[in-house]
Design a protein around this ligand. Structure first.
Ligand SMILES: [Zn+2]
Length: 248
């Protein structure tokens, strides 16, 4: 076996837990991932175990299903739209207007064949831009480059945390999140709140998505008590953002 296909979170856990065995084996050359880019520490870990090629092969979400696929001609992070089943739009961050090629915006998905649920102009929380011109692989389906997350939904592992929902579970008490990637490549959420940490943990236990991420080891949550006026400020604007994402 020299090729591994999997979700980024699972692949990461596998290489983390079975590091020694995989390094001794040294035979896994290619890793194809379903999902977004992986962080630099994870990439380094894979390379350290002998992997020479890491590619996001498929892009999609649990709700909308597969949205795009990579091809042999594209750079990492570039996907062809699965036009037979999905409509993809890229719109302005503020206004609901379709963007011209090359301009980054919010990626919206409408699933044509999803039977279990209606997925219409679903804002995944990722930003992207259209790539112009024909692709060297010969496919005529449109291509987009996946860029970073935008504010409302935060992608963690293969799931999303909604800042609005988080605020609801915290009963609208002020909070600030700092997302970091730990030295082991795992995502770490530091939550600043003026409430008692135990109380915050108790409230957040009711948020199923967050709990699953914590229980499966994809995320560690650290609650720190901090007065609101001591929340971190943006150096330029002086504002205190709800989310500071320092992951790559
Ligand atoms: Zn192509």
């Amino acid at each position: 076996m020299n090729v591994l296909v999997g979700m980024p979170g699972t692949v990461h856990r596998l290489f983390l837990n079975e590091q020694q065995r995989l390094r001794d084996y040294g035979g896994i050359e290619k890793v194809f991932l379903g999902g977004e880019h992986i962080g630099e520490p994870t990439r380094a870990l894979l390379q350290d175990c002998g992997v020479t090629l890491v590619r996001s092969a498929i892009y999609g979400t649990v709700d909308a299903g597969p949205i795009g696929h990579a091809c042999s001609a594209g750079a990492d992070g570039v996907f062809h739209v699965m036009s037979a089943i999905q409509d993809v739009q890229i719109v302005d961050f503020e206004r609901d207007e379709a963007l011209a090629e090359g301009e980054p915006g919010r990626l919206l998905v409408t699933s044509r064949l999803r039977e279990g649920q209606t997925v219409q102009r679903y804002d995944i929380g990722d930003s992207a831009r259209w790539i112009s011109g024909p692709c060297a692989c010969g496919l005529s389906s449109p291509r987009f480059e996946l860029l970073q997350r935008h504010g409302k939904l935060v992608r963690i592992g293969t799931d999303f945390i909604s800042l609005t929902e988080l605020a609801q579970y915290l009963q609208q008490t002020p909070f600030q999140l700092i997302l970091e990637r730990g030295p082991d490549g795992r995502e770490c959420m530091r939550l600043f709140s003026d409430q008692e940490p135990a109380q915050v943990h108790r409230k957040l236990r009711d948020y199923p998505t967050l709990n699953t991420l914590i229980q499966t080891g994809l995320l560690t949550l650290q609650v720190e008590r901090c007065a609101v006026e001591r929340f971190r400020r943006n150096r330029h604007s002086g504002k205190t953002p709800v989310l500071i994402d320092t992951r790559d």
